[in-house]
Design a protein around this ligand. Structure first.
Ligand code: DSN
Length: 413
């Protein structure tokens, strides 16, 4: 063991990491935005690359010694462009929120109007929440989902766009279980002379595998995170097919908003993008959708209400209103049996964002562990048992034992 290994230097952090690892081995992570990356991605992220500052872009850096760093960043860019069919890519944003910040900074002035999905109908914090920079710097107006179908009503989006005349329209969500039709959004944006941005953070992997409608050629720019369904290192990415927009984005990311890029994360993005171009990745994404749909089917068969009646992507939103159960209580009861989900507002929720009337479940991480329909069905039935017996501690103990036994068959590497 090297003298400066983690276990020698910092037993506290080392032990906490070990305990976190065991938690993953003994439970199931159904948080829709989480995922397990490959060992290859982890090696890249934990590599020597974190030693360097590399402000600027390939061949336009401020510090010397960037020959290999440049090649890594250029490889990540090339791979991103190829997979998502874009002419330009910026792989430097540290996160999805930073990518969105850069997009707004590049295209708009503070106070400009943006039309996006309301956060309590499926949208994201950085799409105009008042507690976020976005809601404080820009003038957001919102569309939601149709009351009955709980899907985006494109005619309603069009009506709002005509009335509000936003400069930017955002197509994208963080808790919407259905596909998004970028061609319809594009028509609305064109009619109203607005830029169209897709935030595909959640569905990037499905888009890469061509199992979700493609944002290009419909969008002016696309932002995403690389660590959700895409299974890459943590971070953001921005794409465009428009040279002028791309130049503005590059300036907005650096020097506009960020300093030195995280080159180790960029290498991890590059590795994941290589993996995303392989047939096994398409199989993985197909399994993610299958698993989400099996889970949805079990829950529906057991009498649960799902927002929009099901899913055609990687996530499910369960509406617990008729059980008179809060999302918070459901999340806590499931956590007690090592099944991890997040409480989530459902459309037209009467409860606060702390309590909520829903939970969000996602298939990406458990599919990375190797679970297929059979095991997902088992987990679905265990979830039902817990939710239907929310205060029964004896049932909790039984279910927890079953979860641990099953989870040990599907270890994380
Ligand atoms: N935190 C992510 C999610 O759960 O959807 C979004 O940033």
């Amino acid at each position: 063991m090297p003298k400066d290994s983690l276990s020698k230097i910092d037993s506290k952090i080392n032990n906490l990491i070990k305990q976190e690892f065991t938690r993953h081995q003994e439970g199931f992570n159904l948080i829709a935005s989480d995922n397990y990356v490959s060992l290859a991605v982890r090696e890249a992220v934990g590599s020597i690359l974190s030693a360097r500052y590399a402000e600027g872009y390939p061949e336009k850096r401020y510090y010397s010694g960037q020959y290999f760093i440049d090649q890594i960043e250029k490889t990540a860019i090339q791979r991103a462009k190829k997979i998502f069919k874009a002419n330009y890519a910026n792989v430097q944003p540290h996160s999805g929120s930073n990518a969105n910040q850069a997009a707004y900074f590049a295209l708009l002035k503070p106070g400009d109007k943006i039309l996006s999905m309301r956060i309590d109908q499926g949208g994201h914090l950085s799409h105009g929440a008042l507690v976020n920079f976005s809601g404080q710097l820009y003038n957001f107006v919102f569309y939601g989902v149709d009351k009955k179908t709980e899907r985006i009503d494109y005619e309603e989006v069009s009506r709002i766009a005509q009335k509000e005349k936003p400069r930017l329209i955002i197509a994208g969500a963080s808790s919407y279980p259905r596909q998004i039709d970028f061609s319809k959004f594009s028509k609305i944006a064109k009619e109203n002379k607005a830029y169209l941005m897709a935030d595909i953070a959640h569905v990037a992997g499905l888009v890469a595998a061509k199992l979700h409608p493609q944002p290009f050629p419909y969008c002016d720019l696309v932002t995403m995170t690389t660590h959700k369904t895409l299974r890459g290192a943590r971070g953001g990415l921005i794409l465009s097919n428009d040279k002028i927009i791309a130049e503005k984005i590059d300036k907005a990311v650096f020097p506009g908003l960020q300093g030195g890029p995280l080159q180790n994360e960029i290498a991890g993005k590059a590795v994941a993008l290589k993996q995303a171009s392989q047939p096994s990745f398409i199989q993985y994404q197909k399994q993610v959708i299958k698993n989400a749909q099996v889970l949805a089917k079990i829950l529906i068969e057991q009498g649960f209400d799902l927002v929009s009646g099901g899913t055609d992507n990687h996530l499910i939103l369960v509406n617990l209103t008729k059980l008179d159960l809060t999302g918070k209580k459901a999340q806590e009861a499931l956590e007690a049996v090592n099944i991890y989900v997040n409480r989530n507002i459902v459309p037209n929720d009467s409860r606060s964002k702390w309590q909520t009337s829903g939970i969000r479940l996602g298939a990406p991480a458990v599919t990375s562990k190797g679970l297929k329909q059979k095991e997902i069905k088992q987990i679905g039935l265990l979830i039902v048992k817990i939710l239907n017996n929310i205060d029964d501690l004896k049932i909790r103990q039984q279910v927890k034992n079953q979860v641990i036994k099953l989870a040990k068959k599907f270890p994380v590497l």
